[in-house]
Write a protein of this length. Structure first.
Length: 103
């Protein structure tokens, strides 16, 4: 899975894993969906924050241009160049988030 091109898929998968770990099978479907939506939003905010924290203002404007044009592949390629260790930074943030949520 390409973390940069499939953020929504990653967020959903990670949320499912966190719910399974924290709640096992003790949730009804409504509660599961509510918690999942909240977690997906939190995961996406965390990933976005990692990006924002590691780009200059000029780089953020350039990224915004890709996003406004709907050029996800261009945005992904730009991020790979602008933040070479982005995947590692995202994984570190998700590990920290997992510890916050499961403890």
């Amino acid at each position: 899975m390409d973390v940069l091109r499939n953020q929504s898929e990653l967020s959903g998968y990670f949320a499912d894993c966190l719910i399974d770990q924290k709640y096992a099978a003790s949730l009804d479907e409504s509660s599961y969906e509510s918690i999942r939506l909240e977690l997906v939003e939190r995961i996406n905010r965390s990933i976005s924050q990692v990006v924002f924290d590691n780009l200059t203002d000029d780089q953020l404007e350039e990224l915004e241009g890709f996003l406004e044009e709907g050029d996800g592949a261009g945005a992904s390629d730009f991020l790979r160049t602008a933040i070479p260790d982005l995947r590692r930074l995202i994984v570190e943030r998700l590990v920290a988030l997992k510890e916050e949520i499961t403890n």
